[in-house]
Design a protein around this ligand. Sequence first.
Ligand code: FAD
Length: 402
Amino acid sequence: MGGFRVAVVGGGLIGLSVAAEVLRRRPGAEVIVFEKEDRVAAHQSGRNSGVVHAGLYYEPGSLKAQLCRRGVEELREFADAHGIAYQECGKVLVARDAAEERRLVDIRSRAEANGVPGVQMLGPDGLRDVEPHASGRAALHSPQTAIIDYGGVARALAALIAESGGEVRLSREVTALEEIPGGRVRVRTLWDAEDVDLAITCAGLQSDRLARAGGDDQDPAIVPFFGDYFVVAAPHDQLVRGLIYPVPDPRYPFLGVHITRHISGEVHLGPNAFLSFARERYAPGRIAVGDLAEVLRHPGFRRFARSNSAAALREIRTVLSRRSFVKEAAGLLPELEGARISRGPRGIRAQAMRADGRLEDDFVISAAGPVVHVRNAPSPGATSSPAIAEHIVERALSGVGG
Ligand SMILES: Cc1cc2nc3c(=O)[nH]c(=O)nc-3n(C[C@H](O)[C@H](O)[C@H](O)COP(=O)(O)OP(=O)(O)OC[C@H]3O[C@@H](n4cnc5c(N)ncnc54)[C@H](O)[C@@H]3O)c2cc1C
């Protein structure tokens, strides 16, 4: 053993990828992943759309743009090497009016700048060749956008960490991170403490709390936004070949209700996006008083709510009425009207908000001495997870004499 000890907080895709990357670069290091739940991928990493995003939307040069493209390549290789289901089913972004068509042209330029392979504009006939039941006046086709079993990826990473000499400690909640003499860090859990040379927190919905507990800035804070999915019953599930998305509203960070074929074969509608009254409770209507109070006390939340009231109104309709939910999706796939749907999983997004009410669009990672915090890793965080890990670990190991 080199005697070099690393703690990773969070057993989601990013924490597990970080731990595997440390072990790859520093064989012999002692790596411990602390996860508070009794399994890996219990939150965002196991409750998402299952899409391997190709990198269409992101501001060229941003971390999202760079790390998403690299993440796609690495995920595909990882899936091949570990026998994890991965399918390039393709995606269409469907424009329904002239304004959306103009936005589609901008998205195509971004996609080209980001090096996304094979993207092509389609007219109504071209769209029907790809998705015979979809309807729109134009579409952008990304043939290599894929779907994957992210739960399978997380479990394979946990196995790889164990095989490489690391340890994933489940049901271990980290409560504090303290710098101690010698440039080291004490990681406290409810029961014990470990002294390490480097600590990297990848705590998703708890990332702001953990960063504050480690002495990092108050800003940004996490504001949770839930997204519900509905599962389409036969025969309407046969209307979809791959992934059908609306053109996103550039003022809003979420992609809009889309139609996704899952790696299991199921077809899901969703997710919508609305303020969640709890960070990690998934039953509709559940409230965690502390979580809600934190959002309402946030200095920027009111400003955010005021400037997004139109989008919030549209989203609340889909929260309150299944019919509105289906109607939203039927704007892309008209024959869905009348489809039978059943409630699927709910996911809750960890979205960082600045004190002035701006939502952080890009990934945010902060580092101070031997402690690194992932402060914002929303979609395409699952796609980008192996590349986010490389980005963090390369810098962190050079920073601590690695
Ligand atoms: C509805 C939805 C749809 C999405 N769709 C996609 C998609 O199709 N494609 C895509 O690329 N991305 C998608 N994303 C984003 C993607 O899921 C996330 O970016 C990614 O999973 C983030 O991984 P993570 O490891 O940071 O977070 P998480 O998976 O949330 O993991 C954080 C972990 O930290 C643990 N933890 C927290 N605090 C502590 C503590 N104090 N001690 C110990 N453990 C702790 C938690 O229990 C959790 O397991 C979606 C997200 C959502 C919510």
